[in-house]
Design a protein around this ligand. Sequence first.
Ligand code: TMP
Length: 205
Amino acid sequence: MNRGRFITLEGGEGAGKTTQSGLLAQALTARGIRVLRTREPGGSPGAELLRGILLGGTIDWSPRAETLLHFAARAEHVAKTVRPAIEAGAWVICDRFYDSTMAYQGYGQGADRGFIAEQIRLLGFDPDLTLVLDVPEAVAAARMRQRGGEADRYERLDGGFHARVRQGFREIAAAAPARCVVVDASGDIDTVRATIADHIARMPD
Ligand code: TMP
């Protein structure tokens, strides 16, 4: 059986990852491809439990502990959900993966980026393609206001934090051009969908 593919969507809050991963899943399914949509933190029972701990609560984790909690969730998610699906031939579309730890914990919260890079190396499991959805802060803020609901621990952090996260994603993408593409996600939903479809069409067989 053919090995599947692992596609991750990254970006700050309000970039439209969830909308676009849904549209990508629909398009691939229409081509007869078996698709699994998942997200981080979460995507397996143990990892969803850790998601609750990471996004809720009031504990001010030490940077290393917070990094390792994300990697604990990720190890569980890869082992129980992502790797088995890919080995069975599915295309896995994942909202956020290790680049979010580098951007949020590393660039945003000041955790040691070398330590995070080492965790990435130890995980030894990389996406085939990472779409980094990039939007100016004003657009992201307007989308977040529209979305409403209660903000999680990260959404509550200040504008400076979110600006560092955005810059982090751009630097991560620039340093890994074979895996990452930056998608201008400030346009309307269909324009962004078409840009993503182009990148998918250019993936090697
Ligand atoms: P979301 O699923 O609604 O995007 O929420 C996940 C939040 O967790 C988002 O604010 C980004 C944050 N996050 C990290 O800080 N580090 C990580 O490694 C991941 C996967 C997410």
